[in-house]
Write a new protein. Structure first.
Length: 456
């Protein structure tokens, strides 16, 4: 059998500039964090809404669940998508000023500008269409029908084709941007594909399958699947870059806390795996291809990866729970403008707790605790527990079995795969007894009251 050769046209890169910026969409603090990549420092937050639980008020008017980001370098225009308020907020990147907020369909997810910068395509994930926004008027001009639950859009460099992945349907749609019609649909291996990206030369489309830990690679010359390969649990985002004339594909794997590097010309083989902080999500290369910026969903940080050294060289605190991250070329003046930016609140720092099994079985569990007003938000992720089984998550003062559930954080039931992902609120570390007053966190199996996991 003839061996496949993956050739990649090396395109000109953009030199690192003091006018560049890095942005993250922060889902809990409802902010957009701004970073200066030249100095690798945090400049401030653009506040689009209030943190939880204030967003639950019937009088609340701000944005909720700030998540997706899109950028047009030709217009110096940033689009921030807020899932909970069904909105897209357009921001001038030179001034950090909010220009307009428009409202689209249910639960939009991501924003992508076409290469000319004339339109922003918004994936309305709670429905079955793409909302096309005219960038000049900031008004919706078209709804493009696609598979139910569109996750994100990626354009080929010539702007003629838009590839749309889905978060609910195991299908990739290819849209003719001139006619707004789906011209081909490609079945894929999973119904949950939140992220998609096109290589700089337009030859490859890569999309992630978060639920099964894989990436699918599409050859745009044939519009057929070239390769599907395992990347790891909670495969979040994918992107492409060229480093030292070597074309690379980068993938964040949240379940392993790694950034994985694949060499394209060598058949997309894994060439490096860089350990990151907790739950890496968004990733984007610098304009010169020398660095990658990774958002840490649990740690409320951005880590800077030197792609020549394959090492993390800087960790930058940002807003709470970063989701999308993008590197914006020529986004502002040489001397950064801090007008319209807010500083970080040190009290917003999250706490990450990893739980360990108390028996021979090897479930995994992670908690992320954030102060939100007078209460605390506890994000919980468990895997490899017993399927369809009830558990109680609690704090205890006990030092040995049987542990008492002295403060119940949450009660839940796993799915048929033995997993649970959710959140609850409570007084954990800000009011009354703090977590330091308890001995540990425990997970109890309700049927026999046995503690199956513990964490400090």
């Amino acid at each position: 059998m003839k061996k496949l050769m993956f050739l990649f046209l090396v395109l000109p890169l953009t030199k690192l500039s003091a006018q560049d910026r890095v942005y993250t969409g922060n889902q809990i603090s409802n902010t957009v964090s701004v970073i200066d990549p030249k100095t690798q420092t945090f400049l401030g937050d653009i506040v689009l809404g209030k943190p939880q639980p204030e967003i639950l008020s019937p009088l609340y008017k701000g944005q909720a669940l700030v998540h997706g980001l899109g950028y047009s370098p030709k217009r110096q225009l940033l689009a921030a998508v807020s899932i909970g308020s069904n909105s897209v907020t357009f921001i001038s990147t030179p001034t950090n000023k909010v220009l307009k907020t428009i409202y689209v369909g249910r639960s939009p997810h991501e924003a992508t500008f076409n290469p000319s910068g004339s339109q922003a395509w918004i994936s309305v994930r709670g429905e079955a269409y793409i909302s096309v926004i005219d960038a000049a008027t900031m008004k919706e001009i078209k709804q493009v029908k696609v598979a139910d639950g569109p996750g994100m859009v990626s354009f080929t460099p010539n702007g003629k084709w838009a590839y749309v992945c889905s978060s609910f349907t195991p299908r990739l749609d290819i849209v003719n941007t001139a006619t707004y019609q789906v011209v081909k649909s490609i079945p894929v291996v999973s119904p949950f594909s939140p992220n998609i990206f096109c290589s700089p030369d337009g030859k490859w489309i890569a999309l992630t399958h978060k639920d099964i830990g894989k990436v699918t690679l599409i050859n745009t010359a044939t519009n057929k699947i070239e390769k599907v390969f395992n990347t790891g649990p909670i495969t979040n985002h994918v992107t492409f870059t060229v480093t030292n004339k070597v074309p690379l594909m980068l993938v964040t794997v949240g379940g392993e806390n790694t950034l994985k590097i694949f060499n394209i010309n060598q058949g997309f083989i894994l060439v490096d795996s860089i350990a990151t902080g907790s739950l890496p999500h968004g990733v984007w290369p610098s304009g010169d291809g020398k660095f990658a910026y990774v958002g840490l969903e649990n740690d409320d940080q951005v880590q800077v990866v030197d792609l020549l050294k394959m090492a993390i060289v800087k960790t930058i605190p940002i807003g709470q729970c970063p989701q999308a991250l993008l590197y914006a070329v020529n986004a502002g003046p040489v001397t950064p403008v801090t007008t319209g930016l807010s500083p970080l609140n040190a009290a917003d720092k999250s706490q990450v707790i990893k739980l360990k099994s108390t028996s021979a079985i090897m479930p995994t569990g992670m908690l992320n605790i954030r102060s939100v007003g007078l209460t605390d938000l506890v994000q919980q992720d468990f895997k490899k527990l017993e399927p369809n089984t009830a558990y109680t998550l609690a704090l205890t003062n006990s030092i040995q079995q049987p542990y008492n559930a002295d403060y119940v954080i949450n009660s839940f039931k796993t799915d048929d795969k033995g997993t649970f992902s959710g959140q609850s609120t409570g007084i954990i570390k800000t009011v009354g007894k703090t977590m330091a007053n308890y001995k540990m966190v425990i997970l109890i199996k309700d049927t026999n009251k046995v503690t199956v996991m513990t964490g400090q």
